[in-house]
Design a protein around this ligand. Sequence first.
Ligand code: GLN
Length: 453
Amino acid sequence: AQAHIDALEKARVLNAYLVETPDRALKMADVSDAKIAKGEARPLEGLPLGIKDLFCTQGVHTTAGSKILEGFEPHYESNVSTQLWRDGAVMLGKLNLDEFAMGSSNETSAYGNVISPWRRNGSDAALVPGGSSGGSSAAVAAHLCLGATATDTGGSIRQPAAFTGTVGIKPTYGRCSRWGIVAYASSLDQAGPIARTTRDCAILLGSMAGHDPRDTTSVDLPVPDFEAAVARGVKGLTIGIPKEYRVDGMPAEIQKLWDQGAEWLRAAGATIKEISLPHTQYALPAYYIVAPAEASSNLARYDGVRYGLRVPGKDIAGMYENTRAAGFGPEVRRRIMIGTYVLSAGYYDAYYVRAQKIRTLIKRDFEQAYAAGVDAILTPATPSAAFGIGEKASADPVEMYLNDVFTVTVNMAGLPGISVPAGLDAQGLPLGLQLIGRPFDEETLFAASQVIE
Ligand code: GLN
């Protein structure tokens, strides 16, 4: 714990941590030392972790990357972090993120962007760590924690993992409790770990997962021994390669990496099969209707009364307006506008209902593939390697949204997906491959990820 505290003081330039909790870390580490001395070590005893600042932590400032939560100190702890502390992990602090987890580069954080520890060969230009869990990915990659919690609504665990050469898993919807996690789009949000290896991810997910009656969408299933699944191998498994993920303009090196990944799995005993997921092209536009719709509803609670920031006005409506105008950044406001529009009486059927129908079709595509004997699906994790800070934060937000083309389908269908580092591009930056699994079959993903890692 002390070594990590020292390291994060030296790495503040990365802006990965919004809040450091060294006193708490050392206190927890003392408990761990005592447990170890007594031979009573718990499964994560003494392991220093960072917590994405979307997870409520009791008595510790929780911002969701937004000014509107400035000063908010929850009097409760998220279920996921509670389970990590139960198992002996040590809390180093809270990690930066895109505001309310809306973004793919960490540039929408109200507290400044996170800088990736990676650089292109021969260049000093600062790169994004991905988003929205960019604090988590950067901190793990820079050895500022052993692992981190993250959340994924449309790719926010897998894309930052791919950009930083780390492993990240979005478990099946319902595997981890969302209780105590600031909501973005509740039907898509899932918590999961980012860590340096598949095995670390498996161990962390084993602690984070499990039924919680306080989240009615959390599923009452036993948590498998994920760590044991890592060494299982892929012999006899069928891995699908969906032809629709061969998108126009995909760099040749990503195609090459994808072929290479398939080859590694084949060499380890898997059968590789081309499959079709015909509704893939509709996933991104449908996601950018469903997610803002849910966000506009979830963010209605930030009214200056219940949490964080309050900016006075001449009456209560004026106070709401002033608080929300001062508290929300431009991307969050854009999402609220889109979401309110697609849910409005005149447009609900044309946009929201159609997007929900597309969501069902996407889910069916996967169900058919799995029914035909496919055990997991291999795709690239992202359409490119990490980009420079400011490079894509252009006037056209759609350019940023295109980053999520390979990841949003998984959230729309509620499936588990893992991103595993698979190689470097010509400029020396990490590239990730994604494996998509059957519902509640994270074990197969860990087994296949280990073969690629
Ligand atoms: N980039 C996507 C978005 O902005 C996904 C973010 C996430 O998974 N939280 O909505």
